[in-house]
Design a protein around this ligand. Structure first.
Ligand code: PLP
Length: 497
């Protein structure tokens, strides 16, 4: 399997090169040149297997330059049962007839980012050993809250790597901030920036593609890579859990093999839902992909009008990991839907950075409409959803998952579509305790973060993940803040070059 760039379709690299490099030098994203097909017989066979086996099978279609032993090393290390609070790794819970919640937050940092970031360090070190000639890999991360912590935890003390994280100073939850500020490990660095997630992401992308910076790192025998979902190595492990969910539905008798399902994804950077799109292209019977947004509803507007327009107010919401106006992975979808028309995609991306908007062609929009549905909800509706799901289904969900549940319920009311549906649940509720507590009790607590956690546990009897509870005893190691124009200086400082 070879990979090409969304901004230059003549480029050809191996999976290992795509993963080690993270982003193409032309600023484009790497995508596979073809999408492998998985048969229903293969899916049925996987329904008898565990998560590790399912992961190895799906990854083997894409990482064809990895040996069998290398793939084993990666999947066994990443999805070791002791690191997850469920032996199923990504368990499926039916909260109402035909409505299944896919819990993707059972890993070490309690967010779905662990599903990919537990395996990325393995993929990346194997990829680097094939392609990077012994260079030290510097992972640069822009985070809206969860990627940062998951990357720090995944790469902590991994040999020959360093990981540096930038997050928006006021754009993450108190628990997310604490998780990053108290990070342990000798090869890690964290810095807040004065700006929002889009500023952090643009800053990181700029550093990546600056030839002078690249040269300076090379002179210290270092190279950059990315742990954001612009890296194919982040995306491909996410394809696995959609297959895994379908397999579980076969094995628990919820569906007959071959039956279509809907998938609902609370979306920010368009990585998670793009993974579901690839699963569908590979042959997983998915009818509709439902894209759920919060008040930052740029994707709802795009998917329902064909015009992407980021010229709008930016809101800080109760679902901060989705507070994004520039969804990077959309570029991969557009490249695919235009049948690899790099010129068109380049034009749209240039228009996006120049004017903040672009409109896709009629035939691309027609394809979008046939595959995607989209909706959004504000914080009040998010909280009302948490309350009603908790009261009527006895299920406590976090603010991001609640956005997806809300959008799905509206979709179902409007369409009367009774198709079995998988809702991606992306975080444990205790990562956003204050808002979840307010949703459940109707009152905002004025207590400290950890007293809010206790109040939530008393109000709901849901277990507090020990890795969050234990943070109250950890020392703060990283409390630096920088201007967005100073990110590159921070990088040099953290690397000591
Ligand atoms: C990152 C994140 C999202 C958004 O996922 P994308 O792949 O960026 O669309 C949603 N919910 C939570 C909790 C997240 O951490």
């Amino acid at each position: 399997m070879e990979y090409t760039s969304t901004r230059n379709k003549n480029i050809r690299v191996s999976a290992a090169q795509a993963i080690a490099q993270g982003i193409s030098e032309d600023g484009g994203l790497f995508v596979p040149v073809s999408v492998p097909a998985v048969s229903m017989d293969e899916i049925i066979e996987l329904s008898h297997a565990d998560y590790i086996t399912r992961a190895k099978k799906i990854l083997s279609f894409y990482l064809t330059d990895f040996t069998d032993e290398e793939l084993d090393y990666c999947v066994n290390g990443a999805y070791e049962a002791s690191k997850f609070s469920s032996a199923k790794i990504a368990p499926l819970v039916e909260i109402e007839p035909n409505t299944h919640v896919l819990e993707l937050w059972r890993g070490p940092t309690c967010a779905f980012k662990d599903m990919a970031l537990q395996i990325l360090p393995y993929l990346l070190t194997v990829a680097a050993s094939k392609t990077a000639g012994g260079k030290e890999i510097v992972i640069l991360v822009a985070t809206s809250g969860d990627t940062g912590k998951a990357a720090l935890e995944g790469f902590k003390d991994v040999k020959n790597t360093k990981v540096l994280v930038f997050y928006p100073e006021d754009g993450v939850s108190p628990m997310q901030k604490l998780q990053m500020m108290t990070q342990e490990g000798e090869n890690v660095g964290v810095c807040a920036i004065k700006g929002n997630f889009d500023d952090a992401q643009s800053g990181v992308k700029k550093i990546f593609t600056d030839p002078a910076v690249r040269e300076k790192l090379a002179s210290h025998n270092m190279m950059f890579s990315s742990a954001n979902s612009i890296n194919w190595g982040r995306l491909v492990p996410q394809v696995v859990y959609y297959f895994s969910a379908y397999c579980d539905m076969i094995s628990d008798g919820s569906i007959e093999p071959g039956k279509e399902i809907n998938v609902v994804v609370p979306t920010g950077n368009f990585g998670n839902i793009l993974a579901a799109y690839y699963a569908k292209k590979m042959g997983l019977p998915i009818k509709k992909l439902i894209c759920a947004s919060n008040a930052n509803n740029v994707l709802t507007d795009f998917l329902t009008s064909g015009t992407y327009d980021r010229n709008r107010d930016f809101y800080m919401t109760a679902s901060p990991s989705m507070d994004i106006l520039i969804s990077s992975n959309l570029e991969r979808l557009l490249f695919d839907l235009t049948d690899f028309n790099d010129e068109l995609v380049r034009g749209w991306m240039n228009a996006l950075s120049r004017d903040g908007k672009y409109t896709v062609t009629d035939d691309v929009f027609a394809k979008i409409k046939s595959i995607f549905k989209a909706g959004f909800c504000d914080d009040d509706a998010t909280k009302a959803t948490i309350k009603s799901v908790f009261e009527s289904d006895e299920y406590l969900c976090d603010t991001h998952t609640a956005v997806a549940v809300n959008v799905y319920k509206n979709y179902k009311d409007k369409t009367a579509d009774e198709t079995d549906t998988v809702i991606a649940s992306t975080a444990n509720p205790y990562k956003f305790s204050a808002d979840v507590l307010e949703a459940v009790t109707g009152e905002r607590s004025s207590g400290s973060e950890f007293s809010v956690v206790s109040e939530l546990s008393v109000a709901t009897s849901e277990p507090v993940p020990p890795q969050l509870a234990n943070l109250s005893e950890k020392a703060v190691r990283f409390d630096g803040v920088c201007e967005k124009s100073q990110m590159i200086d921070e990088v040099y400082k953290m690397l000591g070059i």
